[in-house]
Write a protein that binds this ligand. Structure first.
Ligand SMILES: NC(=O)c1ccc[n+]([C@@H]2O[C@H](COP(=O)([O-])OP(=O)(O)OC[C@H]3O[C@@H](n4cnc5c(N)ncnc54)[C@H](OP(=O)(O)O)[C@@H]3O)[C@@H](O)[C@H]2O)c1
Length: 439
């Protein structure tokens, strides 16, 4: 390294979980990073409302400020790293940084899913750079892979286990036979789930990440409100056991498919074959499975969140942008793998038109002929049954009737289930889980 090389100066907005990881990694690997880059990377300021000085991390009092906007405007800052999270003030600070000529790194999937188009357009117009690898899959370099390594292929489908909280809960239910509530409490005790877990367990976090994946994989933009989103809170241990009996594992999948005229974009509990690689992704790990015309399937797997895994993605973005800065090679053109002006809004196939196979569970009255009546209604709606699990009659007044269907249109299934519910032969609303055989 040229010892006279001008350092690249970083402003860090937010020194919580990921921010602290970035500080640690830049400190631990500083010499190595400087020699890879040809110039030192230094943290020139940290904005955080509650951070106290931490000399052991090199965070002295003079580096810390409560005034993020003033830090972003500082002339000596080259790269603004936004790790506040949330929509505001993070969004306005990023736009302010771009107006001030700073490159940006963020891991904020919620913000990019909601305001990505505006932010990417601003970056392109200012001919700057933005990195956001940490926003999807934590330590998995999936965005760089879609943007660069798979650029020669035509991506057709993406299946992601992209929420570690949901995957931990489902793994706990599957591997230790515990109900959802107990698995959630365990995840909260071990720090894998927030005190308010709604964003994760209802699938919204995965939907944010799917919006980003769709843009990079297919060059189409969409907002979280266009993603059919269903969480895992209604999954029961009984469903997981029946799934196992049928040869499947239940995962919260973020699914996107490109059908040329429209895309599918949905997040919901999904049954996949137990021997599939995705079914073996356990606990807080994430994986993204991509199917391309030329390459066929490929899968990317690593820790999907947490301090140091996410920090590796953020620091890689910082280094890449610092390299571009030193080479004066930033164009703002391809942060999404496509010029932002060519990224058109996606036409999203309504969930009612999606064709899938289904797992169905009815709590049916323990009377002769019930199975036949259910099958008749399903048949009337063009739904054929592939297999049935029916337990022997016993002392209970209702018995579970479990079925796997062949492919059916979702609207037909919903109509059939509504009709079956009206027959008064089933106790509670029938449960259904989509099965993904194509993956
Ligand atoms: N944690 C992960 O594993 C992970 C993985 C991938 C991506 N991400 C993304 O990375 C970003 C940061 O996540 P995180 O887990 O590091 O969050 P975090 O632990 O809550 O850290 C955020 C830090 O920023 C501070 N902060 C937030 N808003 C502020 C404001 N307006 N003014 C001053 N300080 C403010 C917070 O202070 P207080 O503590 O006082 O609120 C906190 O110290 C988020 O966008 C998240 O989605 C996180």
């Amino acid at each position: 390294m040229d010892t006279r090389a001008k350092p690249i100066k970083i402003a860090l907005l937010g020194c919580g979980t990921v921010g602290e990881g970035v500080v640690r990694l830049l400190r631990q690997n500083g010499a190595n990073l400087a020699s890879r880059l040809g110039a030192p990377l230094i943290i020139a300021g940290v904005a955080d409302r509650s951070l106290a000085p931490q000399p052991s991390l090199g965070l002295d009092e003079h580096l810390i400020t409560r005034d993020a906007a003033a830090l972003v405007r500082r002339e000596d800052i080259d790269i603004v790293v936004e790790l506040f999270g949330g929509l505001q003030p993070a969004g306005d600070l990023i736009l302010q940084a771009i107006r001030c000529g700073k490159d940006v790194v963020t891991a904020n999937k919620a913000l990019l899913a909601e305001r990505g188009a505006e932010i990417f357009a601003a970056v392109a117009e200012a001919k700057l750079a933005i990195g956001f690898e940490g926003s999807v899959g934590g330590g998995i370099p999936i965005l760089r892979t879609l943007r660069e390594a798979l650029v020669g292929d035509r991506n057709r489908a993406v299946y992601g286990i992209v929420n570690g909280t949901c995957n931990s809960i489902l793994s706990m239910m599957t591997e230790h036979n515990v109900e959802f509530g107990a698995a959630l409490e365990d995840a909260q005790r071990s720090g894998l789930a927030e005190a308010d877990p709604t964003l994760d367990i209802e699938g919204h976090d995965a939907a944010h990440k799917l919006c980003i994946l769709v843009t990079l994989a297919f060059g189409r933009s969409l907002s979280p409100s266009q993603v059919y989103t269903e969480g895992i809170s209604k999954i029961t241990l009984a469903d997981i056991s029946y799934a196992r009996e049928l040869g499947y594992t239940v995962k919260l999948l973020a699914i996107a498919k490109d059908h040329d005229d429209a895309i599918e974009a949905r997040v919901h509990p999904t049954m996949i074959r137990t021997q599939h690689l995705l079914a073996r992704v356990s606990g807080a790990f994430n994986a993204i499975y991509v199917y391309g015309d030329a390459l066929g399937p490929s899968m990317y797997y690593a820790r999907g969140a947490g301090m140091m895994p996410t920090a590796t993605a953020v620091v890689a973005d910082i280094l890449e942008i610092a390299r571009q800065r030193l080479a004066a090679a930033r164009t703002g053109a391809y942060p999404l793998g496509y010029p932002p002006t060519t990224v058109r809004p996606a036409r999203v196939k309504p969930i009612e038109d999606v064709v899938s196979e289904y797992y169905l569970r009815f709590m049916a009255n323990d009377q002769p002929g019930v199975l036949g009546r259910i099958a008749t209604v399903l048949g009337k709606h063009d739904i054929s049954i592939a297999s049935v699990i029916q337990q022997g009659r016993g002392v209970a007044t209702t018995v579970p009737v479990v079925m796997r269907t062949h492919q059916a249109r979702e609207q037909n299934l919903r109509d059939a289930l509504a009709e079956i519910s009206r027959l008064r032969i089933v106790d509670v609303a029938p449960a259904f889980i989509r099965i993904e055989e194509e993956v």
